[in-house]
Design a protein around this ligand. Structure first.
Ligand code: ATP
Ligand code: MG
Length: 560
């Protein structure tokens, strides 16, 4: 049972009541992805509910590939989906299933419906079927084939299966009610003819079950107790229940719907994500700007941050759009706790300390994580020539600018105070280096006379620094609702042309030469960064996972 201190969402309340009433002895849920794309953060919400509810009541959660549509499925996706769910820390144990393994059983239940006079073979064309279907405000009309005899239907279904008819010429339909207020109940299609090779069953079948037919039966075959899904299936629930009430399967899972996750500045639809991939708008499903789990992982997201996010948004019965800033907030909170602090200069500016000995190198002791004393310290070399951030120097400082400028003194983090003496420029008038002096008494960041400075800068020793490329990832879309478009346009027109900035020649403290893909760091004052999968010993590549909030950049923007 869930602890009482934790407020229970409506799904857990239902599950608990069902257990208390003895309706079920144990909880079985399932996550049923269609293997036609990679998992995105909306799927993470769904499987966190499926696996989470099962875990809370010592039940099990099945992973079932809903691979009943032969055309759009690829084995590549089944691998990727498992990897993503495992990364999240969820485990289905031995409960890995494929709906395609149930093809024979689906067929037998279809025959059972026909024998009971509850399904019939229809010859109407797709256009005719649409016409006969009616509209939400007007009833449909019965197909002329609706009253075929059971024997004729049985024979036609068998011949459909044997491949005697062309694709699309006949379907099997449930015989429910063509005037039903819910369009899903107006004699829905159960089977269609489609000559397509399936990734697991090959050419064994030329008729394939529709989702609304296969799904409830799959749930019942697996003895699922609670079938949890997103809200768009609410209108399908009467059909789910009708089917299980009209076949002899002896198990009737309870379907419960919850709100889909929608995020600002994001599209969450596999079809649209595929379009981004195929159109070359991103480098692949795992592009660090993608809302896929593989993209988020590559960018440096932790599963804990996403889990925390899912917990905070909770489980609601009504759809709403969540601000992506909340996801970023959860991410910062988690990374703050776990990331080692290092210094990295993204846009380097050379500083020469004129009164520091030419050949001297000091090892400066730096804390690894102020949030976590057990993270210890490391030593970072300090010498006469350093790099600081170009943004940390202004020849003519604006008001409230507390960083380096001519005549001004600042603190170098963990090291010394320096004062800017001179600015060197090339013939084009560009700044090439800054000449400074340092106070040898200020080591560690304090002075003997107690004078204070406002600015503290990060730095790296020029001769010790390692080079890296850094990708600054921004939101993929420039508007809150990428699907809001002018006529004739689609969401692609809302792509943010500046979602990726590549910086070359960034200078990092030397220990980072050893960093491998997936390792995460906080670059002091810059944000959180993660080593990209493209990274090698010869060429380090980092992604910026998320920036620290930069109050100065905000001020500057406002001023403009
Ligand atoms: P998409 O719309 O992205 O193509 P889908 O619903 O077609 O997603 P499935 O593979 O069928 O993708 O999804 C598996 C499960 O994930 C479904 O039960 C669905 O309810 C759930 N799901 C999909 N998208 C979301 C979302 N944005 N929020 C919550 N749950 C989702
Ligand atoms: Mg779906």
């Amino acid at each position: 049972m869930v602890e009482d201190t934790k407020s229970k969402d409506f799904i857990r309340q239902i599950v608990e009541a069902d257990l208390a009433a003895g309706k079920h002895q144990s909880v079985i849920t399932r996550f049923p992805p269609e293997p036609n794309g990679y998992m995105h953060i909306g799927h993470a919400k769904a499987f966190s509910i499926d696996f989470g509810v099962a875990a809370d009541y010592r039940g099990v959660c099945h992973l079932r590939f809903d691979d009943t549509n032969p055309e759009r499925e690829e084995a590549e996706y089944t691998e990727a989906i498992q990897e993503d769910i495992r990364w999240f820390g969820f485990d289905w144990g031995e409960h890995l299933y494929y709906a395609s393994d149930y093809y024979q059983q689906f067929y037998e239940y279809a025959v059972e419906l026909v024998k009971a006079g509850k399904a019939y073979v229809d010859d109407l064309s797709a256009d005719q079927m649409r016409e006969y279907r009616g509209t939400p405000t007007s009833p449909g009309k019965d197909s002329p084939h609706r009253e075929r005899s059971i024997d004729e239907n049985l024979e036609l279904l068998e011949r459909m299966k044997r491949g005697e008819f062309e694709d699309g010429t006949r379907v099997l339909r449930a015989k429910i009610d063509m005037a039903h207020p819910n369009l899903n109940m107006r004699d829905p299609t159960l089977y269609r003819i489609k000559r397509a090779s399936h990734h697991r069953t090959g050419d064994e079948w030329c008729i394939y079950p529709m989702y609304d037919f296969a799904h409830p039966i799959s749930d019942a075959i697996e003895k699922v107790s609670h079938s949890l899904c997103s809200l768009e299936f609410e209108d399908h629930r009467p059909l789910y229940d009708w089917l299980l009430d009209n076949i002899s399967i002896g198990c009737h899972p309870r379907q419960i719907e919850f709100a889909r996750l929608e995020l600002t500045y994001t599209v969450l639809s596999k079809r649209k994500l595929l379009k981004l991939v195929e159109g070359g708008h991103v480098v692949g499903w795992d592009d660090p700007r993608m809302p896929t789990l593989s993209g988020l992982r590559r960018r440096g997201y932790t599963p804990q941050a996403i889990r925390d996010f899912c917990e905070r948004i909770g489980i609601a019965k009504a759809n709403s759009t969540v601000d992506v800033a909340l996801l970023e907030h959860c991410l910062r909170e988690d990374l703050n706790k776990r990331s080692l602090r290092v210094m990295g200069v993204l846009k380097p500016l050379k500083v020469v300390i004129e009164n520091y000995p030419v050949d001297k190198v000091e090892e400066i002791e730096c804390g690894n994580n102020p949030e976590d004393p057990s993270a210890g310290t490391r030593r970072v070399p300090f010498s006469r020539e350093l790099y600081i951030e170009q943004d940390d120097f202004r020849e003519e400082p604006p008001p409230k600018y507390f960083r380096l400028s001519p005549g001004r003194e600042v603190r170098l983090k963990h090291a010394y105070y320096i004062t800017c003496k001179e600015v060197k420029k090339n013939t084009a008038g560009e700044i090439t280096e800054i000449i400074c002096s340092y106070d040898s008494e200020s080591k560690g960041g304090d002075t003997s006379d107690g004078r204070r400075v406002k600015g503290t800068l990060h730095w790296v020793s020029a001769s010790h620094a390692v080079d890296a490329s850094v990708r600054l990832c921004d939101r993929l879309f420039r508007v809150e609702k990428p699907d809001d478009v002018e006529e004739g346009q689609d969401f692609i027109s809302n792509l943010n042309a500046e979602s990726l900035t590549l910086l070359e020649g960034c200078k990092l403290e030397p220990a980072l030469a050893e960093a491998g893909p997936g390792e995460r760091f906080q670059f002091l004052r810059q944000g959180y960064f993660c080593v990209d999968t493209d990274s090698t010993r010869e060429k380090l590549v980092f992604n910026r996972t998320v920036a620290l909030r930069d109050s100065w950049a905000k001020l500057e923007k406002k001023a403009k």
